[in-house]
Design a protein around this ligand. Structure first.
Ligand code: NAD
Ligand code: UGA
Length: 470
């Protein structure tokens, strides 16, 4: 079946970039991205490309090239569903905050409401593609919802999980390690799989397009994220052993990663992984394992998240300990709010956790990030405090101790301690010798990403990261 019209529900970090690349590589296909948020769609349609809601290197150029030619951003959900032969669901699937599975299972309400809308507006047969990350066997539930709400048309459900990483999304989409497509082993299921294969074939070599059954495809996505996160927790857990023994975690990471059976990737020690997916997907895997009575398996994977929390707690406690020793004020500057470099996304960023702990310990905090806005920084903290049920008076008190700066030197000036929490390249290029002189003595720089060059031989390898004492 030749696809001429695609609709994607969800104009976020996945829907936007993936559809932009499909539109670029398949000029004969009309691609429409819809979202329930009018504000977001308006931003995607901004004339000023610096306002589009997702910052990704290379994305603006593609949007500029294909928007309003064969890529459209629209609020017309019903019309876009009606016109499309293939509909991607790329909506958010966060961890549930209430009900059965609270704090562990994925909240599928956005996926289910998308399926209901597809069923409601479809007047011809559709191929529905799961692009969101979903628990294994969600396709079964989706089919049930689609068929029970519309008996007139036929739906094929495919699983096509997304493996892009933020900050390198366009590069990842152009040169994917693999594209995974899961479909029913029936004749119509295989025709649907072939239609999607034909789209990716336009730029992905055929041997990198993997077709599997639906359940393997759904589960492979959770397993990929769990394996990646597990490597980070493994190296981070050993950073504390290094601190006790005098070994250097960077040297360990290099030595271990040079074993070709292990490989060098995802072995960078850090103040803990962030991002909207690793934690939620592992908790989801833990929940699924428990659901099937596999308690040992659940506990094994749960430990990856527990070590990540331990690493964040350890880092924050070390700062508090250091600040308590200081008798000349208590200001900490936080450099980096995004959960990694080259993105404006701060979901689950370690900076949120560390800043919250510092503020609640009566420490003044000033934050600088080159890409994340002041409003976003404040709203990340407010969301956290609301979930912790902190009252308004206390929130005002905490906010009174927070400053966000648009200039890194203002954030650093007069602080006792600077903590680097995102590995932005610009942080490496600052004149640190000059900057530390603007801090209050005795000052320290805690490099939570181990990115700064060695300034001189007085570097102390303390805790996680490096404290510079010049
Ligand atoms: P996001 O929050 O950036 O975007 C999701 C969008 O869906 C939002 O704009 C929201 O308004 C919209 N939406 C939700 N319900 C809707 C509905 N019923 N109708 C219309 N619009 C609706 O999320 P994201 O980061 O793009 O992630 C989407 C999915 O992709 C998740 O399942 C995630 O786990 C997965 N994923 C994300 C990444 C990533 O790097 N962010 C990578 C791979 C996979
Ligand atoms: C991750 C996966 O890499 C993608 O393949 C996947 O598609 C995506 O999750 C998803 O499902 O959402 P992402 O979270 O965007 O992508 O970014 P990563 O590069 O994986 O980094 C995640 C976190 O781990 C960041 O906070 C990063 O700084 C941290 N990290 C990464 C480390 O601390 N050490 C490392 O060695 C690598």
């Amino acid at each position: 079946m030749k696809i001429k019209n695609i609709c994607c529900i969800g104009a976020g970090y996945v829907g936007g970039p993936t559809m932009a690349v499909i539109a670029l590589k398949c000029p004969e296909i009309k691609v429409t991205v819809v979202d329930k948020s009018k504000e977001k769609i308006d931003l995607w349609n901004s004339k000023d490309l610096s306002k589009i809601p997702v910052y990704e290197p290379g994305l603006n150029e593609i949007v500029n090239q294909v928007r309003d030619k064969n890529l459209f951003f629209s609020n017309d959900i019903s019309g876009s569903i009606q016109n499309a032969e293939m509909i991607f669901i790329a909506v958010n699937t966060p961890t549930k905050t209430s009900g059965k599975g609270k704090g562990m299972a994925a909240d599928l309400s956005n996926v289910i409401s998308s399926a209901k809308e597809i069923a409601k507006f479809s007047k011809s047969n559709k191929i529905v593609v799961e692009k969101s990350t979903l628990p294994v066997r969600t396709a079964e539930k989706l089919k049930e919802v689609l068929n029970s709400h519309n008996r007139k048309v036929k739906f094929e459900v495919l699983s096509n999980p997304e493996f892009l990483a933020e900050g390198t999304a366009i590069k990842d989409l152009f040169k994917s390690d693999r594209v995974l497509i899961g479909g029913d082993q029936t004749k119509t299921g295989q025709v649907a799989v072939e239609s999607l294969v034909n789209i990716y074939k336009k730029w992905i070599p055929k041997n990198k397009i993997l077709t599997t059954n639906v359940w393997s495809s759904e589960l492979s996505k959770l397993v990929s994220n769990a394996m990646l996160a597990q490597r980070i927790s493994s190296i981070n857990s050993l950073s504390s052993v290094c601190e006790k023994t005098g070994a250097n975690i960077n040297e360990i990471s290099k030595a271990v990663g040079m074993d070709s059976r292990i490989g060098p990737y995802f072995l960078k020690p850090s103040v803990g992984f962030g991002g909207s997916c690793f934690q939620k997907d592992i908790l989801n895997l833990v929940y699924i394992s428990k659901f099937y009575g596999l308690d040992e398996v659940a506990e094994y994977w749960h430990q990856v998240v527990k070590i990540n929390n331990y690493q964040k707690e350890r880092f924050a406690s070390n700062i508090i300990e250091q600040i308590k020793k200081s008798k000349v004020g208590s200001k900490v500057s936080i450099l980096g709010w995004a959960f990694k470099k080259n993105t404006n996304d701060s979901r689950e960023s370690s900076s949120i956790y560390v800043t919250d702990v510092l503020l609640r310990n009566n420490i003044n905090v000033s934050v600088y990030d080159p890409m994340v806005s002041k409003d976003k920084i404040v709203s990340d903290l407010l969301n956290l405090w609301r979930t912790k049920k902190i009252n308004k008076t206390k929130i005002d008190d905490l906010l009174g101790r927070l400053k966000t700066e648009i200039n890194y030197s203002d954030a650093i000036k007069d602080s006792n301690l600077t903590a680097i929490l995102t590995e932005w390249d610009e942080f490496k290029l600052y004149d640190w010798k000059a900057l530390v002189k603007t801090m209050k003595s005795p000052y320290a720089v805690y490099d939570g990403r181990n990115i700064l060059p060695k300034l001189d031989d007085k570097i102390n390898h303390i805790k996680l990261g490096v404290a510079y004492k010049l």
